[in-house]
Design a protein around this ligand. Structure first.
Ligand code: SAM
Length: 232
């Protein structure tokens, strides 16, 4: 699902791990050149092995420190928590290309908030089903879902600079949109609605809820109350 979003000359993948994303992009002709960045030696070695003989640089570096300004057309950061992704993107914002694709495992709201602060517009948001066998999801009897977010740097005029608002959020409950995704909310597709009801049932079943969980459940219930009838 991430690979389908990418088609340009040079793509950088931060946290490349085994290097499979860049290999697939190079083999399918979606990119001409790849830059894999890893901050740990074992996955860096794995990426080197996977990408040997292909048009790719494999760098041992901490996130955006491994990419120079203007070097890539697009960037991906996948398979980490939202806090880690936002931290990586924030470290050298001047090195970021215009298009960024992320797949946070949790706390996507932190990446959405980072993007608003840095004036990257959320131009696409989709949900994918993970493997039924994976993690806690299996124990809950549900399949884990992943969101893939695509951001594009906004070209704001100097007049707009102090009042940037991503139009994706316009007219929505801001807290619910940050938590659950403004474009997913507008699309209201079946998978998304199923994920909301599953989460509602799970949060309601908790014997005790901390303030963050209680706030999330309240935002979720406000959101479900706005569900258009035709999306049932
Ligand atoms: C869970 S794996 C995800 C791998 C792959 N991107 C995927 O989606 O399947 C996260 C990878 O990111 C790497 N990583 C974490 N923080 C990083 C950073 N600051 N800079 C570069 N790589 C990082 C880890 O070493 C690990 O290989």
């Amino acid at each position: 699902m991430v690979a389908q979003q990418i088609r340009w000359h040079t793509h950088a993948d931060i946290g490349s791990d085994h290097g499979h994303l860049l290999k697939a992009l190079l083999k399918s002709g979606r990119i001409e050149h790849g830059i894999a960045i890893e901050n740990k030696s074992l996955p860096w070695e794995n990426s080197r092995r996977t990408l040997a003989g292909l048009s790719a640089d494999v760098r041992l570096a901490d996130g955006m420190a491994g990419l120079a300004e203007g070097e890539a057309d697009g960037l991906s950061v996948c398979g980490m928590g939202g806090a880690a992704i936002a931290r990586i993107l924030e470290t050298h914002p001047e090195h970021l290309p215009g298009t960024i694709i992320v797949q946070p495992n949790c706390k996507a709201r932190l990446v959405r908030r980072w993007a608003i602060q840095r004036r990257f517009a959320l131009v696409d948001e989709s949900m994918a089903l993970g493997s039924a066998k994976r993690v806690r999801a299996a124990a809950l009897g549900t399949r884990r879902r992943f969101v893939v977010l695509r951001f594009q740097r906004s070209e704001t005029s100097s007049r707009q600079q102090h009042a940037y608002l991503d139009e994706a959020y316009g007219g929505l409950d801001q807290e619910a949109a940050l938590l659950f995704g403004p474009r997913l909310i507008r699309a209201w597709d079946r998978e998304f609605v199923a994920s909301l009801y599953e989460e509602q049932a799970h949060l309601r079943s908790l014997a005790r809820r901390g303030p963050e969980t209680a706030q999330r459940l309240a935002a979720l219930e406000r959101l479900l109350a706005t569900q258009p009838p035709e999306s049932n």
